[in-house]
Design a protein around this ligand. Structure first.
Ligand code: NAI
Length: 251
């Protein structure tokens, strides 16, 4: 119950899905949670749930693709709680388009900004504070799409592949300062992002044929892996790509 006792964790995209499940788990494990998202009503709902269960949480409106928002979040966290121990760079989107010729450049750039550039901004924003305090753990949300390309989502695939190597570059940069940086690569996980697809006939067939376990993951199954990377249990791990996919990438 106390694997994150005395730790302060920033979780982006915390108003929904994997971010919300991770925030609940982190709070239950004793962390103080700074929960950020662009969706303020849902942010409040998740923060209220955590408070009701006895957790400590600070909800903050935050667009992860905006450099100035990162400055505000880091300052608010340090002013309120004195330090940052963990950053979970989780927020992400995708914009689907059938044909590459029809994908507006603005859509491609938007996905890269939210899914990849945000992680660079986040690492850069917290690194000085974290290293000054003896290090900590950054977890970057990638995906199995960081290993296996999907032609319908070029911006998403490029971002998740980029996240994988951005993680390794940051891991090398900050290893001596005891700031660990790892990436996590879930397969299909049931959240608001994926439920419409998973509930479709096509999605159900795909799960049965492409996934050895024959099912999608649950958000809590990703959250428990993030907890491992966030906690001191993974103290000798940095630059690692941790796959959580029911065997989908076993080829
Ligand atoms: P979700 O859609 O349930 O949650 C994503 C959250 O990010 C939402 O609350 C949304 O408001 C927030 N968000 C969107 N744009 C933002 C921005 N500019 N700034 C701050 N917050 C923003 O999605 P889910 O499924 O929980 O995904 C979380 C992460 O996990 C994403 O990075 C996604 O790519 C990744 N992932 C999800 C998988 C899945 O099957 N659900 C599989 C592999 C990776």
């Amino acid at each position: 119950m106390n694997r994150l006792k005395n730790k302060v964790a920033i979780i982006t995209g915390g108003a929904s899905g994997i971010g919300a499940a991770t925030a609940n788990l982190f709070a239950a494990e004793g962390a103080t949670v700074v929960l950020t998202d662009i969706n303020e009503p849902k942010l409040k709902t998740v923060a209220d749930e955590i408070t009701a269960l006895g957790g400590t949480v600070l909800p903050l409106k935050h667009d992860v693709s905006a450099e100035e928002d990162w400055k505000t979040v880091v300052e608010a966290t340090v002013d309120t709680f004195g330090k940052i121990s963990i950053l979970f760079n989780n927020a992400g989107i995708t914009i689907r388009s059938a044909a590459w010729e029809d994908i507006p450049l603005t859509d491609f750039k938007k996905v890269v900004d939210v899914d990849l550039t945000s992680q660079f901004l986040g690492i850069r924003a917290v690194a000085a504070t974290m290293t000054k305090n003896g290090g900590g753990s950054i977890i970057n949300m990638s995906s199995t799409a960081g290993f296996i390309a999907t032609e319908a989502h070029p911006g998403y695939t490029a971002s998740k592949g980029g996240s994988r190597l951005l993680t390794k570059a940051a891991a090398r940069e900050y290893a001596k300062a005891k700031l660990r940086v790892n990436s996590i690569h879930p397969g299909f996980t049931r959240t608001e992002l994926t439920s419409p697809y998973l509930d479709s006939e096509q999605g159900q067939k795909a799960m049965l044929s492409n996934n050895p376990m024959g099912r999608a993951g649950e958000a809590i199954e990703i959250a428990t892996t993030v907890l491992f990377l966030a906690s001191d249990d993974s103290s000798f791990m940095t630059g690692t790509e941790l796959v959580v996919d029911g065997g989908q990438t076993c080829v």
